[in-house]
Design a protein around this ligand. Structure first.
Ligand code: 13P
Ligand code: ZN
Length: 270
């Protein structure tokens, strides 16, 4: 068996959580990540017949039966992942009925997966139904996106247009725009279902007064999506109270669509 701490997926997860903490997106235990793993790759590092514990998922996701995930632990601090990955992370396999997570590695202090496991798993199922390449669901609390939800309309078209207007390349990075959920109680199956529904037509879903969910084919792409939206929100929070003298127009954005071969979400541009 190879050393799991040297597995590319583990190294990348440790780097990503460390980087997210450094960006200030994950205070205390804020934020969580789940990464869908390839079974053959997991078998290079783990005896997959050895189940350490079975943890009830609290929901049913048969679409994900038999799938393996590397996931952050509930109550764990992203800043500590690099020092004790086996305590702060776990690898689980969902049973065929999608109701139980079998722990194969990690959570070595007796811990368990993030309280947002329902939102993560349901979002994986939703993203995979529209994009078979999707591997990552990432949640965090970036300050400017969060701040924006206190002062900006939560209408998805309005919210997206404002972000697109803040940096020339936003529409190129997330042409499908962002979805927005009103405040809901976190950690519940209800917010999980609502998030998954939103994830069907966009890789970014803002949780008003809480944070953001991103999804993507790898950790880098998902980090980059959130990074770009957060940068746009930062610019908005710097200029929102000032008279706007110049702005990106819809015509400019149509030029960007053409130049970069992307299409903004239907109806979001005039
Ligand atoms: P967990 O510590 O359970 O992952 O929760 C953090 C969080 O951000 C909840 O929304
Ligand atoms: Zn959160």
């Amino acid at each position: 068996m190879k050393n799991i701490l040297e597995a590319p997926f583990m190294v990348e997860m440790i780097r990503t959580t460390t980087n997210m903490y450094a960006h200030g997106w994950d205070e205390r235990n804020g934020g969580n990540i789940s990464l869908l793993l390839d079974e053959a790759e997991v078998k290079e590092y783990l005896d997959t017949d050895h189940v350490i514990r079975a943890i009830p998922a609290g929901f049913s996701a048969p679409e994900l039966g038999g799938k393996y995930f590397l996931v952050t632990g509930t109550g764990k601090y992203f800043k500590n992942v690099q020092y004790a990955p086996d305590v702060n992370l776990g690898i689980v396999r969902l049973t065929e009925d999608g109701e139980t997570a079998e722990l194969l590695w990690g959570f070595s202090d007796g811990g368990k997966f993030t309280s947002e496991f329902p939102a993560h798993m349901m979002s994986h199922a939703a993203r995979l139904s529209v994009d078979p390449e999707n591997r990552v669901v990432m949640h965090c609390h970036p300050a400017n996106l969060l701040a924006m939800t206190y002062v900006h309309s939560l209408d998805e078209r309005e919210f997206t247009r404002t972000l697109w207007q803040m940096c020339t390349e936003c529409i190129v990075v997330f042409p499908e725009g962002v979805n927005v959920l009103p405040w809901m109680l976190c950690g519940t199956n209800e917010i999980g279902e609502a998030t998954a529904e939103k994830m069907k037509n966009a890789r970014l879903t803002v949780w008003a007064l809480h944070g953001i969910y991103g999804a993507g084919k790898d950790l880098d792409e998902t980090f980059g999506l959130i990074e770009t939206a957060e940068k746009a929100a930062e610019i908005y929070m710097k200029i929102a109270h000032l008279p706007r003298v110049n702005t990106l127009t819809d015509d400019m954005m149509h030029q960007l669509e053409e130049r970069f071969g992307v299409k903004g979400r239907e109806g979001f541009l005039d």
